[in-house]
Design a protein around this ligand. Structure first.
Ligand code: GLN
Length: 277
């Protein structure tokens, strides 16, 4: 099979399986299986794959046709320009979450301490430290399996990051200038409606926000004042319908300078507030 044939074959097979963006995923799997770059592909489309490359490409296409996420096949998702290792034990980092990181970056200064609750792959923790050298960042997660993934990313990308197993604040000590979290926020009843890649392959623990989707916001908002420095800030990623209600929780808890920030699609995505002096 030539590179061009492989690309077309992969695309057709994924289209048959109704995989969204079949052409893009077929290309990524070809690149991953053959090591061929875009420019090489355009210069030598008739180059033959080795038998081994062809076999591993076909196996990966079959996996993707079964709706296994691309990132679980390649083991990588890029986030804030960094390559994060991922597997089925963590939520695959979403581009939407970059809005949260960018908002936190506006306040984060060298010397500050921040906490990332529900760190998952560690993508928020590690990209914040990467973007602001001199900060002290701790990530926590209730899941040991998620922490194994975060640990792998920490070692390779930001060895100075700290990780701790904790059910939200249960094992957390000290106080922070900033607390950030992208907690599970899908309503339990809506999980069955998510696309197959998410519903079957992202960990349920990382999606499930209990009955109304707001369980973790409620707990973090009420418990965070004990862990925030005066004048410190709390930042959440939220589902696009949750902005007003989470902002109201912050207000009732005495936070000020509350803001709702939209993502690139114009949907509410981040809520922040300051714990008053
Ligand atoms: N904080 C991680 C992320 O943004 C995990 C979020 C989660 O598991 N809900 O990817």
């Amino acid at each position: 099979m030539t590179l061009r044939e492989a690309c077309l074959y992969g695309q057709r097979r994924l289209e048959e399986a109704s995989v969204p963006d079949a052409d893009v995923d077929a290309w990524y799997l070809l690149e991953y299986s053959s090591g061929c770059t875009r420019s090489h592909y355009y210069a030598y489309p008739e180059e033959e794959l080795t038998q081994e490359q062809e076999k591993s490409f076909q196996e990966r296409i079959e996996k993707r046709a079964k709706r296994i996420p691309l990132q679980h096949i390649t083991g990588v998702q890029e986030f804030m320009g960094l390559p994060f290792f991922v597997n089925e034990n963590v939520l695959i980092p979403r581009q939407d979450t970059e809005v949260l990181v960018e908002e936190v970056q506006k306040r984060l200064r060298p010397g500050m301490r921040f906490l990332d609750l529900c760190t998952g792959s560690g993508c928020i923790l590690i990209s914040l430290i990467n973007g602001c050298p001199g900060v002290e960042g701790t990530g926590s997660d209730v899941s040991w399996k998620a922490l194994e993934v975060a640990e792998r990313n920490r070692k390779r990308l930001e060895p100075g990051a700290k990780l701790i197993q904790s059910d939200l604040f249960s094992e957390i000590q000290g106080d922070f200038h900033i607390i950030v979290s992208n907690p599970p926020y899908i309503k339990r009843g809506e999980i069955s409606e998510l696309m197959e890649e998410v519903r079957l392959h992202d960990p349920l623990l990382a999606l499930d926000g209990h009955e109304d989707g707001l369980y973790f916001y409620r707990r973090i908002v009420t418990e965070s004042p004990a862990y925030l420095k005066k004048g410190g800030s709390l930042y959440f990623e939220i589902g696009h319908t949750q902005g007003e209600v989470v902002a109201q929780m912050l207000e009732e808890q005495g936070f000020c300078e509350i803001e709702i920030v939209k993502d690139l699609a114009g949907l509410d995505r981040v809520v922040r507030g300051t714990y008053p002096e």
